[in-house]
Design a protein around this ligand. Structure first.
Ligand code: ARG
Length: 301
């Protein structure tokens, strides 16, 4: 277990917006000025990497592959917990070629000793990784989205593989096609969510499990700015440039918000969280601070 949070990112050399599998994707806009968007994507990627490292994380970068532009969103590659990874099954043919690439990367991580087990969803059981399955360290459970890209049947597979509780959340809007664009549990126990993305029953479920004082409602503007799609560890939150209102709410609760320009990735329907996959996610230790506390409590510090 590394002391620093460890994130996987994908180099954007082969990133482009060349097809439409969600309502945000704009291949026409991309192709009008490819070179400029490519350069801006490289810049946004580097800014994200620098922000993660500045906040105390370690970053591992894998290579991109020509013809698989959405490899830059490794959150969709798989679900990780306690050194076990469950590899995604993509629902759109455009992304299915990514499965073998990510599988190879995870097998490599297993050879390096970082993972102890690599599983994969059964054929036809679509599930798009940590984009639709988000660990909540406060409640020690997974929140799992279904209804858009991931299927309801994937939830049983997750529960069996990791042996942790999985709370189903039904996504009802094609604009919010992954859980990570409308739902963000924070290290302090707060949950940021965008209510219109969820079925009435799922909204009720969220309100039952998260006390009102910890629930933060994202506005249409926050959601459209991909600010809910943020990376958080400890007090650090890294997100695509948020509306001032949301930034203020988070800062008032003691978080440090780093805002970066991710416009070229938003043109594909993604923000900061989905450009990363946390590799050292564990049910017991989530942040270096928590690690120190645990070591101190055990008398080993
Ligand atoms: N173009 C990608 C897709 O539609 C964007 C994925 C963003 N990932 C995420 N976890 N939200 O699949």
């Amino acid at each position: 277990m590394t002391a620093k949070p460890l994130f996987l990112l994908t180099d954007p050399a082969h990133y482009e917006v060349s097809y439409v599998i969600n309502p945000w994707m704009a291949p026409g806009e991309w192709s009008r000025d490819r070179a400029r968007h490519q350069a801006a994507a490289r810049e946004g990627f580097l800014a994200l990497k620098v922000a993660l490292e500045a906040a105390g994380a370690e970053v591992r970068v894998m290579k991109g592959v020509a013809g698989l532009p959405d490899l830059v969103f490794p959150a969709n590659a798989g679900i990780v917990l306690d050194r076990r990874v469950l590899v995604a099954r993509f629902s759109c043919v455009e992304r299915q070629g990514e499965e073998a690439v990510f599988l190879q990367e995870f097998e490599q991580l297993k050879r390096e000793g970082l993972f102890t087990a690599v599983g994969i969803f059964p054929q036809g059981v679509f599930q798009e990784g940590a984009g639709d399955c988000i660990w909540d360290k406060t409640r020690r459970l997974f929140w799992a989205g279904f209804g858009q890209r991931s299927v309801r049947a994937s939830l049983d597979v997750i529960e069996k593989f990791f042996e942790v509780p999985v709370v189903p959340l039904e996504l009802i809007s094609p604009r919010f096609y992954h859980l990570d664009v409308c739902f963000l549990p924070l290290a302090g126990g707060e949950v940021v969510y965008y209510p219109p993305a969820f079925s009435e029953a799922s909204r009720a479920r969220i309100r039952t499990l998260v006390p009102a004082e910890l629930l933060i409602e994202a506005s249409d503007g926050d959601a459209a700015a991909f600010s809910v799609n943020a990376v958080n560890f400890g007090r650090s939150i890294i997100m695509a440039r948020p509306p001032e209102r949301l930034k203020k709410i988070l800062e008032e609760r003691g978080y440090e918000v780093t805002a970066i320009d991710l416009a070229p990735f938003m043109m594909s329907g993604g923000g900061a969280y989905c450009m990363t996959l946390r590799l050292d996610r564990s049910r017991d230790v989530d942040t270096p601070a928590a690690g120190h506390q645990i070591r101190a409590a055990a008398g080993a510090a």
